[in-house]
Design a protein around this ligand. Structure first.
Ligand code: SF4
Length: 491
């Protein structure tokens, strides 16, 4: 008979406790205060898809459902193990000392020894996975089952999809049983400490680096409410860790610094922030942009990089372009717009490469914002579509970058230390913002694409998603044109 668990500790709750005692306390006593960050839902969906793929590689495995409750899952696990079920078992459930664990995959070898695997969508075992695994090993072995291995089953990036939906070979195991057993020795003390925290009042913990490592804490908004209001222009707006260095020395307000103590770029940020007047080097911008011959092809890709490769010949997390927008500017200022988008679920690489080769003139300068990304997409297309390799590599060789030009010649204090196109655009052309669009950023675009290629999506919805994606990507390249014109003093 299972003892009632007062607080329902689990491996993920112990991981929370190790990150911050207050996080665990809030998760149990004030869960309604948590707010999931941007991308959290997509991360959960990817984790579920990867977990399902790992289970599908074990035909004949038994899923242990938590129905009608976890006590039933505990009893079913015990029954299957006691009756000598050959496994594998999915979500096998164990409890010890008030800590409940559910094991992703538990399999028995020919010598009747048990192996457990914790499935992760990451590309290697990470330090913070060890705590999860140690909790599992501790609980399982305390129930009397000696393990032969305990692995982090992660995605192997050398895998290449050979047949649609066939993920045999996608995973690699890092067996960490010996390490996990060592860490598990500290579990009784950790569990006792976690229980003591849960029985007490809300712990007092100051916010710090631990709030985002190893995970973004969902209670950051709640905890920040207790902080005194900070300066309007915190020193942390200085980019590339520059602000953090000053913060570590006790400086909170950017305006407390002096220009002569800063690098040239940071001094410009300070001066523009102090005066409210943007820094603008029109001459520098004109000189840089004048080197880009006409016609100018302003290019932006949208890509998807799924953990589970979708198309034959692709690897996990490979960036695959499903869309581009291109504004083609002639020497007389005439601009035409071209777009590519494929949402029928088929491999978009070849049609994307063909469309690029068709619409980008052989002599055009190709302009991107943060060009290393566009260049890498073009190199991958050259590799994956060999017949068009020459054309793709030619486009790549002609790709120049508007971002460093912007960084060197423009700063408005409302950018708050960022030169991303979405930070710069409102300071240059407020009417070109993304607020009125259904798809507002790259994460939205990826979610819209995945919804559009889902066979369950209706044609009407797919059409609406296509429209939203086209509007978003077009805005991105038109934004580049607008930024360049403003930099040159033409806007
Ligand atoms: S925001 Fe930071 S201090 Fe607050 S609960 Fe989370 S980790 Fe702890």
């Amino acid at each position: 008979m299972t003892k009632p668990r007062r607080y329902g500790l689990s491996k993920s709750r112990l991981t929370m406790f190790e990150q911050c005692p207050k996080r665990l306390w809030l998760a149990v006593h004030r869960p309604e205060e948590g707010e999931l960050g941007e991308g959290a839902e997509a991360g959960f969906a990817m984790g579920h898809a990867v977990g399902a793929a790992a289970c599908a590689l074990h035909p004949g495995g038994v899923m242990i459902e938590a129905e009608p409750n976890l006590a039933a899952a505990l009893a079913e696990t015990r029954r299957l193990i006691d009756e000598g079920h050959p496994g594998p078992l999915f979500e096998a459930t164990f409890e010890h000392d008030g800590v409940l664990v559910r094991v992703d995959v538990m399999s028995r070898d020919d010598d009747a020894r048990w192996h457990v695997a914790e499935v992760k969508s990451s590309t290697r075992a990470k330090d913070y996975h060890l705590g999860d695994l140690a909790t599992q090993v501790w609980v399982i072995e305390k129930t009397g089952i000696a393990l032969a291995s305990a692995a982090i089953r992660h995605v192997d990036t050398s895998f290449v999809l050979q047949r649609e939906g066939d993920y045999a070979g996608l995973f690699a195991d890092a067996d960490l049983l010996a390490h996990a057993r060592k860490v598990a020795r500290g579990r009784p003390a950790l569990v006792a400490a976690a229980k003591a925290v849960l029985e007490g009042e809300e712990p007092v913990v100051a916010m710090g680096d631990h709030c985002s490592a190893p995970f973004d804490c969902e209670f950051a908004g709640y905890c920040a409410r207790d902080l005194p209001p900070g300066p309007e222009w915190p020193v942390t707006v200085l980019p590339n860790g520059g602000g953090k260095k000053w913060a570590a020395k006790g400086v909170a307000d950017l305006l407390d610094l002096a220009e002569q103590d800063l690098s040239a770029k940071n001094a410009r940020i300070l001066a523009a922030t102090r005066s409210g007047e943007p820094y603008h080097d029109r001459g520098g911008a004109r000189a840089a942009i004048a080197q880009w011959p006409f016609p100018r092809a302003w290019l932006d890709f949208e890509t998807i990089a799924p953990a589970l490769p979708l198309w034959v010949g692709t690897r996990p997390y490979q960036q695959v372009p499903f869309q581009f927008s291109l504004h083609l500017e002639a020497a007389d200022g005439t601009i035409t717009h071209h777009a590519f988008l494929l949402t029928d679920g088929t491999d978009p690489r070849r049609p994307c490469a063909e469309a690029l080769a068709r619409v980008i003139p052989a002599e055009a300068a190709v302009i991107a914002y943060n060009a290393p990304f566009e260049r890498s997409v073009l190199r991958n297309l050259a590799r994956d579509v060999p017949e068009l390799a020459e054309a793709m590599l030619s486009i790549e060789a002609r790709t120049v970058d508007l971002l460093p030009v912007t960084r060197d010649t423009w700063y408005h204090r409302d950018q708050r230390g960022s030169w991303s196109i979405k930070a710069v655009l409102p300071t240059i052309a407020a009417d070109l913002g993304y607020d009125g669009l259904e798809v507002k950023d790259g994460g939205n675009a990826q979610a819209a694409f995945l919804e559009a290629i889902d066979p369950a999506t209706s044609p009407q919805r797919r059409w609406a998603l296509d429209e939203a994606l086209l509007a978003y990507c077009e805005r991105d390249t038109w934004a580049m044109v607008a930024v360049a014109r403003k930099l040159m003093g033409e806007g």
